[in-house]
Write a protein that binds this ligand. Structure first.
Ligand code: IFM
Length: 437
Protein backbone atom coordinates (compact mmCIF):
# COMPACT_ATOMS: atom_id res chain seq x y z
CA UNK A 1 0.00 0.00 0.00
CA UNK A 2 1.19 3.50 -0.73
CA UNK A 3 0.61 6.06 2.04
CA UNK A 4 -2.09 8.68 1.87
CA UNK A 5 -1.07 11.75 -0.13
CA UNK A 6 -2.20 13.80 2.86
CA UNK A 7 0.62 12.35 4.95
CA UNK A 8 2.91 14.74 3.00
CA UNK A 9 2.67 18.54 2.81
CA UNK A 10 0.59 19.87 -0.13
CA UNK A 11 3.70 21.41 -1.75
CA UNK A 12 5.74 18.19 -1.47
CA UNK A 13 6.85 17.21 -5.00
CA UNK A 14 6.14 13.75 -6.37
CA UNK A 15 7.87 12.91 -9.63
CA UNK A 16 9.54 10.23 -11.70
CA UNK A 17 13.12 10.10 -12.98
CA UNK A 18 14.84 8.81 -16.11
CA UNK A 19 18.12 9.46 -17.91
CA UNK A 20 18.90 10.19 -21.55
CA UNK A 21 21.09 7.20 -22.46
CA UNK A 22 18.78 4.74 -20.74
CA UNK A 23 15.63 5.69 -22.65
CA UNK A 24 16.18 8.01 -25.62
CA UNK A 25 18.03 5.94 -28.19
CA UNK A 26 21.54 7.30 -28.64
CA UNK A 27 21.57 6.59 -32.35
CA UNK A 28 18.98 9.25 -33.22
CA UNK A 29 19.06 12.98 -33.86
CA UNK A 30 22.62 13.78 -34.83
CA UNK A 31 24.08 12.67 -31.49
CA UNK A 32 27.78 11.87 -31.38
CA UNK A 33 29.10 8.62 -29.91
CA UNK A 34 29.47 8.51 -26.15
CA UNK A 35 31.82 6.36 -24.12
CA UNK A 36 28.80 4.21 -23.27
CA UNK A 37 28.42 3.34 -26.96
CA UNK A 38 32.04 2.17 -27.16
CA UNK A 39 31.90 0.44 -23.76
CA UNK A 40 28.78 -1.46 -24.83
CA UNK A 41 30.46 -2.40 -28.12
CA UNK A 42 33.22 -4.13 -26.13
CA UNK A 43 32.57 -7.86 -25.61
CA UNK A 44 31.70 -8.89 -22.06
CA UNK A 45 30.71 -5.47 -20.73
CA UNK A 46 26.90 -5.68 -20.91
CA UNK A 47 25.15 -8.78 -19.53
CA UNK A 48 22.88 -9.29 -22.54
CA UNK A 49 25.21 -7.79 -25.16
CA UNK A 50 22.82 -4.87 -25.67
CA UNK A 51 23.37 -1.12 -25.86
CA UNK A 52 21.44 2.17 -25.72
CA UNK A 53 21.22 2.85 -29.44
CA UNK A 54 17.42 2.41 -29.47
CA UNK A 55 16.66 1.95 -25.76
CA UNK A 56 12.98 2.87 -25.26
CA UNK A 57 12.89 5.06 -28.39
CA UNK A 58 11.87 7.94 -26.16
CA UNK A 59 13.48 10.25 -28.73
CA UNK A 60 10.40 9.64 -30.89
CA UNK A 61 7.86 8.58 -28.26
CA UNK A 62 8.35 11.32 -25.69
CA UNK A 63 4.82 12.79 -26.00
CA UNK A 64 3.33 9.43 -24.99
CA UNK A 65 5.81 9.14 -22.12
CA UNK A 66 5.03 12.60 -20.80
CA UNK A 67 1.31 11.78 -20.99
CA UNK A 68 1.97 8.76 -18.76
CA UNK A 69 3.71 10.93 -16.16
CA UNK A 70 0.88 13.46 -16.15
CA UNK A 71 -1.86 10.83 -16.10
CA UNK A 72 -0.37 9.15 -13.02
CA UNK A 73 -0.70 12.49 -11.22
CA UNK A 74 2.99 13.38 -10.88
CA UNK A 75 3.84 17.07 -10.92
CA UNK A 76 7.54 16.84 -11.83
CA UNK A 77 9.81 14.98 -14.22
CA UNK A 78 13.52 14.50 -13.56
CA UNK A 79 15.29 13.97 -16.90
CA UNK A 80 18.84 14.34 -18.18
CA UNK A 81 20.26 15.92 -21.28
CA UNK A 82 22.82 13.96 -23.25
CA UNK A 83 26.14 15.76 -23.65
CA UNK A 84 26.85 13.68 -26.76
CA UNK A 85 23.52 14.75 -28.30
CA UNK A 86 23.96 18.42 -27.43
CA UNK A 87 27.66 18.48 -28.39
CA UNK A 88 28.52 15.47 -30.56
CA UNK A 89 32.27 16.18 -30.36
CA UNK A 90 32.03 17.38 -26.76
CA UNK A 91 32.50 21.06 -27.61
CA UNK A 92 30.40 22.12 -30.64
CA UNK A 93 26.66 22.63 -30.15
CA UNK A 94 24.31 20.52 -32.27
CA UNK A 95 21.15 22.54 -33.07
CA UNK A 96 19.13 19.37 -33.64
CA UNK A 97 20.01 18.11 -30.17
CA UNK A 98 19.15 21.40 -28.51
CA UNK A 99 15.86 21.53 -30.43
CA UNK A 100 14.96 18.13 -29.04
CA UNK A 101 15.33 19.25 -25.44
CA UNK A 102 13.56 22.51 -26.19
CA UNK A 103 10.51 20.58 -27.42
CA UNK A 104 10.74 18.15 -24.52
CA UNK A 105 10.71 20.91 -21.91
CA UNK A 106 7.80 22.67 -23.63
CA UNK A 107 6.01 19.32 -23.68
CA UNK A 108 6.45 19.03 -19.91
CA UNK A 109 5.15 22.51 -19.28
CA UNK A 110 2.12 21.92 -21.54
CA UNK A 111 1.27 18.94 -19.31
CA UNK A 112 1.79 20.78 -16.04
CA UNK A 113 5.04 18.93 -15.26
CA UNK A 114 7.92 20.82 -13.63
CA UNK A 115 11.17 20.03 -15.50
CA UNK A 116 13.99 18.88 -13.17
CA UNK A 117 17.12 18.88 -15.32
CA UNK A 118 20.23 16.80 -14.71
CA UNK A 119 23.07 17.92 -16.99
CA UNK A 120 25.16 14.74 -16.81
CA UNK A 121 23.93 11.21 -16.34
CA UNK A 122 26.99 9.39 -17.66
CA UNK A 123 26.96 9.71 -21.47
CA UNK A 124 30.34 11.40 -21.95
CA UNK A 125 31.12 12.27 -25.59
CA UNK A 126 33.63 9.73 -26.90
CA UNK A 127 35.78 12.58 -28.25
CA UNK A 128 36.34 13.76 -24.66
CA UNK A 129 36.90 10.23 -23.46
CA UNK A 130 39.69 10.04 -26.07
CA UNK A 131 41.35 12.95 -24.25
CA UNK A 132 41.22 11.12 -20.93
CA UNK A 133 37.65 11.93 -19.93
CA UNK A 134 37.30 12.43 -16.18
CA UNK A 135 41.01 11.78 -15.68
CA UNK A 136 41.82 14.98 -17.54
CA UNK A 137 41.57 18.21 -15.55
CA UNK A 138 40.31 20.05 -18.66
CA UNK A 139 37.02 18.19 -18.30
CA UNK A 140 35.96 20.75 -15.68
CA UNK A 141 36.00 23.65 -18.14
CA UNK A 142 34.44 21.54 -20.92
CA UNK A 143 31.64 20.48 -18.59
CA UNK A 144 30.94 24.06 -17.51
CA UNK A 145 30.67 25.11 -21.19
CA UNK A 146 28.24 22.30 -21.85
CA UNK A 147 26.07 23.20 -18.83
CA UNK A 148 25.96 26.83 -19.92
CA UNK A 149 24.98 25.82 -23.48
CA UNK A 150 22.07 23.80 -22.13
CA UNK A 151 21.10 26.51 -19.70
CA UNK A 152 21.00 29.17 -22.42
CA UNK A 153 18.51 27.06 -24.37
CA UNK A 154 16.18 25.64 -21.71
CA UNK A 155 17.24 27.22 -18.41
CA UNK A 156 14.43 29.80 -18.58
CA UNK A 157 11.87 26.98 -18.23
CA UNK A 158 13.40 24.38 -15.91
CA UNK A 159 12.38 24.23 -12.25
CA UNK A 160 15.81 23.10 -11.10
CA UNK A 161 19.19 22.04 -12.43
CA UNK A 162 21.54 19.37 -11.12
CA UNK A 163 25.08 19.35 -12.41
CA UNK A 164 25.85 15.63 -12.03
CA UNK A 165 24.14 12.38 -11.26
CA UNK A 166 25.96 10.04 -8.87
CA UNK A 167 29.63 11.02 -9.02
CA UNK A 168 30.50 7.80 -7.14
CA UNK A 169 29.39 5.88 -10.23
CA UNK A 170 31.10 8.32 -12.63
CA UNK A 171 34.40 7.97 -10.78
CA UNK A 172 34.72 4.88 -8.56
CA UNK A 173 32.40 2.38 -10.24
CA UNK A 174 33.79 3.28 -13.66
CA UNK A 175 37.51 3.81 -13.00
CA UNK A 176 38.25 1.58 -9.99
CA UNK A 177 35.68 -1.22 -10.09
CA UNK A 178 35.49 -1.18 -13.89
CA UNK A 179 31.77 -1.94 -14.11
CA UNK A 180 30.77 1.18 -16.07
CA UNK A 181 32.30 3.09 -18.97
CA UNK A 182 35.20 3.55 -19.45
CA UNK A 183 35.65 0.23 -17.62
CA UNK A 184 39.00 0.97 -15.95
CA UNK A 185 40.46 -0.73 -12.89
CA UNK A 186 43.17 1.72 -12.00
CA UNK A 187 43.57 3.57 -8.72
CA UNK A 188 45.35 6.56 -10.26
CA UNK A 189 42.61 6.98 -12.87
CA UNK A 190 40.00 6.56 -10.13
CA UNK A 191 41.58 9.12 -7.79
CA UNK A 192 41.80 11.66 -10.59
CA UNK A 193 38.20 11.04 -11.62
CA UNK A 194 37.07 11.31 -7.95
CA UNK A 195 38.60 14.78 -7.83
CA UNK A 196 37.91 16.07 -11.34
CA UNK A 197 34.24 15.15 -11.24
CA UNK A 198 33.90 17.41 -8.20
CA UNK A 199 35.99 20.14 -9.80
CA UNK A 200 33.66 19.95 -12.81
CA UNK A 201 30.65 20.31 -10.52
CA UNK A 202 32.06 23.39 -8.78
CA UNK A 203 33.23 25.00 -12.03
CA UNK A 204 29.84 24.44 -13.65
CA UNK A 205 27.99 25.78 -10.60
CA UNK A 206 29.98 28.98 -10.80
CA UNK A 207 29.42 29.33 -14.55
CA UNK A 208 25.68 28.69 -14.17
CA UNK A 209 25.39 31.24 -11.37
CA UNK A 210 27.12 33.80 -13.58
CA UNK A 211 24.42 33.10 -16.18
CA UNK A 212 21.76 33.77 -13.56
CA UNK A 213 20.68 30.15 -13.17
CA UNK A 214 18.53 29.42 -10.11
CA UNK A 215 17.82 26.41 -7.96
CA UNK A 216 21.07 24.53 -8.53
CA UNK A 217 22.07 21.27 -6.91
CA UNK A 218 23.84 17.96 -7.28
CA UNK A 219 22.56 14.39 -7.07
CA UNK A 220 24.61 12.01 -4.91
CA UNK A 221 23.99 8.33 -4.27
CA UNK A 222 24.28 6.74 -0.84
CA UNK A 223 24.49 3.08 0.08
CA UNK A 224 24.57 1.79 3.64
CA UNK A 225 27.94 0.11 4.31
CA UNK A 226 27.93 -2.23 7.30
CA UNK A 227 30.37 -4.85 8.64
CA UNK A 228 29.44 -8.44 7.81
CA UNK A 229 30.65 -9.68 11.21
CA UNK A 230 31.77 -8.40 14.61
CA UNK A 231 35.50 -8.46 13.89
CA UNK A 232 37.69 -5.34 13.64
CA UNK A 233 38.69 -6.04 10.01
CA UNK A 234 35.11 -6.06 8.78
CA UNK A 235 34.42 -2.88 10.77
CA UNK A 236 37.41 -1.25 9.12
CA UNK A 237 36.34 -2.42 5.64
CA UNK A 238 32.87 -0.92 6.13
CA UNK A 239 34.37 2.30 7.46
CA UNK A 240 36.57 2.74 4.38
CA UNK A 241 33.72 1.96 1.99
CA UNK A 242 31.48 4.41 3.83
CA UNK A 243 34.14 7.09 3.42
CA UNK A 244 34.55 6.45 -0.31
CA UNK A 245 30.86 6.11 -1.08
CA UNK A 246 28.94 8.13 1.48
CA UNK A 247 31.35 10.87 2.57
CA UNK A 248 33.80 11.77 -0.20
CA UNK A 249 31.36 13.71 -2.35
CA UNK A 250 29.02 15.23 0.22
CA UNK A 251 31.89 16.42 2.39
CA UNK A 252 33.66 18.01 -0.58
CA UNK A 253 30.63 19.86 -1.96
CA UNK A 254 29.77 21.13 1.54
CA UNK A 255 33.31 22.43 2.08
CA UNK A 256 34.15 19.81 4.73
CA UNK A 257 37.20 18.33 2.97
CA UNK A 258 37.84 14.75 1.90
CA UNK A 259 37.38 12.04 4.58
CA UNK A 260 40.57 10.71 6.10
CA UNK A 261 39.64 7.02 5.72
CA UNK A 262 39.43 7.49 1.94
CA UNK A 263 42.43 9.81 1.66
CA UNK A 264 44.60 7.09 3.20
CA UNK A 265 44.37 5.12 -0.03
CA UNK A 266 43.66 7.83 -2.56
CA UNK A 267 45.90 10.73 -1.64
CA UNK A 268 49.07 9.34 -3.27
CA UNK A 269 47.16 9.19 -6.56
CA UNK A 270 45.36 12.53 -6.49
CA UNK A 271 46.50 15.27 -8.87
CA UNK A 272 49.18 17.51 -7.40
CA UNK A 273 47.85 20.62 -5.73
CA UNK A 274 44.35 19.17 -5.30
CA UNK A 275 43.95 21.07 -2.01
CA UNK A 276 43.79 24.38 -3.89
CA UNK A 277 40.63 23.21 -5.71
CA UNK A 278 38.59 22.51 -2.62
CA UNK A 279 37.09 25.98 -2.48
CA UNK A 280 36.02 25.85 -6.15
CA UNK A 281 34.34 22.51 -5.45
CA UNK A 282 32.14 23.90 -2.68
CA UNK A 283 30.02 26.84 -3.87
CA UNK A 284 26.68 27.09 -2.04
CA UNK A 285 23.98 24.66 -3.17
CA UNK A 286 20.26 25.38 -3.32
CA UNK A 287 19.34 21.75 -2.69
CA UNK A 288 20.80 18.26 -2.40
CA UNK A 289 19.54 15.26 -4.38
CA UNK A 290 19.72 11.88 -2.62
CA UNK A 291 19.54 8.56 -4.46
CA UNK A 292 19.04 5.58 -2.20
CA UNK A 293 18.51 1.93 -3.05
CA UNK A 294 20.20 -0.56 -0.75
CA UNK A 295 22.72 -1.66 1.86
CA UNK A 296 25.92 -3.67 1.36
CA UNK A 297 27.79 -5.77 3.89
CA UNK A 298 31.60 -5.82 3.92
CA UNK A 299 33.88 -8.57 5.17
CA UNK A 300 37.60 -8.39 5.78
CA UNK A 301 39.54 -8.93 2.57
CA UNK A 302 43.19 -9.58 1.96
CA UNK A 303 45.44 -7.52 -0.28
CA UNK A 304 45.78 -3.89 -1.10
CA UNK A 305 43.70 -0.92 0.05
CA UNK A 306 40.72 -0.67 0.39
CA UNK A 307 40.91 -4.26 1.77
CA UNK A 308 37.44 -5.63 2.24
CA UNK A 309 34.92 -7.29 0.05
CA UNK A 310 31.18 -7.04 -0.37
CA UNK A 311 29.33 -10.17 0.70
CA UNK A 312 25.76 -11.35 0.31
CA UNK A 313 23.38 -10.08 3.00
CA UNK A 314 20.37 -11.86 4.57
CA UNK A 315 17.57 -9.38 3.74
CA UNK A 316 14.93 -9.84 1.00
CA UNK A 317 16.34 -8.79 -2.38
CA UNK A 318 15.33 -7.17 -5.63
CA UNK A 319 15.67 -8.77 -9.07
CA UNK A 320 19.27 -7.52 -9.11
CA UNK A 321 20.09 -9.05 -5.72
CA UNK A 322 20.07 -5.71 -3.91
CA UNK A 323 18.96 -5.95 -0.27
CA UNK A 324 15.73 -4.11 0.53
CA UNK A 325 16.19 -1.95 3.61
CA UNK A 326 13.84 1.07 3.80
CA UNK A 327 15.12 2.26 7.18
CA UNK A 328 18.41 3.05 5.44
CA UNK A 329 16.63 5.96 3.73
CA UNK A 330 15.56 7.44 7.08
CA UNK A 331 19.08 6.94 8.40
CA UNK A 332 20.74 8.70 5.46
CA UNK A 333 18.31 11.61 5.40
CA UNK A 334 18.75 12.31 9.11
CA UNK A 335 22.53 11.75 8.93
CA UNK A 336 22.90 14.10 5.95
CA UNK A 337 20.89 16.82 7.63
CA UNK A 338 22.77 16.40 10.91
CA UNK A 339 26.33 15.96 9.64
CA UNK A 340 26.40 17.87 6.38
CA UNK A 341 23.57 20.01 5.04
CA UNK A 342 21.53 21.24 8.01
CA UNK A 343 18.27 22.72 6.79
CA UNK A 344 19.19 22.79 3.08
CA UNK A 345 16.27 21.40 1.05
CA UNK A 346 16.73 17.72 0.18
CA UNK A 347 15.01 15.79 -2.59
CA UNK A 348 14.96 12.01 -2.88
CA UNK A 349 15.90 12.15 -6.55
CA UNK A 350 15.90 8.35 -7.05
CA UNK A 351 14.49 5.37 -5.23
CA UNK A 352 13.02 2.26 -6.79
CA UNK A 353 13.42 -1.45 -7.37
CA UNK A 354 13.97 -3.84 -10.24
CA UNK A 355 11.36 -6.59 -10.40
CA UNK A 356 11.10 -9.15 -13.20
CA UNK A 357 7.96 -9.21 -15.32
CA UNK A 358 5.74 -12.23 -14.62
CA UNK A 359 3.12 -13.74 -16.94
CA UNK A 360 0.94 -10.73 -16.09
CA UNK A 361 3.26 -7.87 -17.01
CA UNK A 362 1.17 -5.38 -15.04
CA UNK A 363 1.41 -7.18 -11.67
CA UNK A 364 4.19 -5.79 -9.49
CA UNK A 365 3.11 -6.19 -5.84
CA UNK A 366 6.71 -6.19 -4.57
CA UNK A 367 7.36 -2.82 -6.17
CA UNK A 368 4.24 -1.34 -4.57
CA UNK A 369 5.36 -2.62 -1.16
CA UNK A 370 8.88 -1.27 -1.79
CA UNK A 371 7.61 2.20 -2.70
CA UNK A 372 5.17 2.31 0.22
CA UNK A 373 7.88 1.33 2.71
CA UNK A 374 10.36 3.86 1.34
CA UNK A 375 7.80 6.67 1.29
CA UNK A 376 7.05 5.92 4.93
CA UNK A 377 10.80 5.91 5.64
CA UNK A 378 11.11 9.32 3.96
CA UNK A 379 8.21 10.62 6.03
CA UNK A 380 9.85 9.32 9.22
CA UNK A 381 12.87 11.50 8.43
CA UNK A 382 10.61 14.51 7.87
CA UNK A 383 8.99 13.85 11.24
CA UNK A 384 12.49 14.05 12.72
CA UNK A 385 12.96 17.49 11.22
CA UNK A 386 14.63 16.75 7.86
CA UNK A 387 13.78 19.40 5.25
CA UNK A 388 12.72 16.89 2.59
CA UNK A 389 10.86 18.51 -0.29
CA UNK A 390 10.20 15.78 -2.82
CA UNK A 391 10.43 12.15 -3.93
CA UNK A 392 11.14 10.90 -7.45
CA UNK A 393 10.57 7.26 -8.31
CA UNK A 394 13.21 5.54 -10.45
CA UNK A 395 12.04 4.97 -13.07
CA UNK A 396 9.08 5.87 -15.26
CA UNK A 397 9.89 3.13 -17.79
CA UNK A 398 11.72 -0.18 -17.86
CA UNK A 399 14.98 0.79 -19.54
CA UNK A 400 18.64 0.10 -20.28
CA UNK A 401 20.15 -0.75 -16.90
CA UNK A 402 23.77 -0.11 -17.91
CA UNK A 403 26.01 -3.19 -17.50
CA UNK A 404 22.93 -5.29 -16.73
CA UNK A 405 21.34 -4.50 -20.10
CA UNK A 406 17.55 -4.74 -20.44
CA UNK A 407 16.99 -7.57 -17.91
CA UNK A 408 16.22 -5.57 -14.75
CA UNK A 409 12.87 -3.81 -14.85
CA UNK A 410 12.63 -0.67 -12.71
CA UNK A 411 9.65 0.90 -14.50
CA UNK A 412 6.21 1.89 -13.30
CA UNK A 413 5.45 1.27 -16.97
CA UNK A 414 6.38 -1.96 -18.76
CA UNK A 415 8.19 -1.61 -22.08
CA UNK A 416 7.97 -4.33 -24.72
CA UNK A 417 11.36 -3.92 -26.42
CA UNK A 418 10.14 -5.56 -29.65
CA UNK A 419 7.11 -3.35 -30.21
CA UNK A 420 8.01 -0.46 -27.84
CA UNK A 421 4.49 -0.73 -26.41
CA UNK A 422 4.12 0.95 -23.02
CA UNK A 423 1.83 -0.73 -20.46
CA UNK A 424 1.28 0.84 -17.03
CA UNK A 425 1.87 -1.59 -14.19
CA UNK A 426 -0.09 -1.88 -10.93
CA UNK A 427 2.51 0.39 -9.28
CA UNK A 428 1.69 3.15 -11.80
CA UNK A 429 -1.99 2.74 -10.91
CA UNK A 430 -1.13 2.76 -7.18
CA UNK A 431 0.65 6.11 -7.59
CA UNK A 432 -2.30 7.37 -9.62
CA UNK A 433 -4.71 6.44 -6.83
CA UNK A 434 -2.46 8.07 -4.26
CA UNK A 435 -1.81 11.28 -6.21
CA UNK A 436 -5.15 11.76 -7.88
CA UNK A 437 -7.19 10.61 -4.91
O1 IFM B 1 19.50 2.99 -13.48
C1 IFM B 1 20.26 3.60 -12.48
C2 IFM B 1 20.38 5.08 -12.72
O2 IFM B 1 20.94 5.36 -13.95
C3 IFM B 1 21.25 5.71 -11.66
N1 IFM B 1 20.85 5.33 -10.34
C4 IFM B 1 20.59 3.95 -10.07
C5 IFM B 1 19.67 3.37 -11.12
C6 IFM B 1 19.40 1.88 -10.83
O3 IFM B 1 20.59 1.17 -10.89
Amino acid sequence: MLPDRKAFPPDFTFGVATSAYQIEGSGHGGAGPSHWDSFAATPGTIADGSNGSIACDHYHRWPEDLDLIRDAGFSAYRFSTSWARVMPDGVTANPQGLDFYDRLVDGMLERGLAPYLTCYHWDLPAALSDLGGWQNRDIAARFADYCVTIHRRIGDRVASTATLNEPWCIAWLSHFLGHHAPGLRDIRAAARAMHHVLLAHGTAMQALRTEGAKNLGIVLNFETAQPADDGPDAARAAEVQDAIYNQWFIRAVMGQGYPQAALEGLEPHLPQGWQADMETIAPPLDWLGVNYYTRRLYAAGAGLWPQGEAVDGPLPKTQMGWEIRPEGLTEFLTRLAHDHVGNLPILVTENGMSAAAGPDITADPHRIAFIGDHLRAAKAAMDQGVNLRGFFYWSLLDNFEWGWGYGPRFGLVHVDYDTMARTPKASWHAFRRMLRG
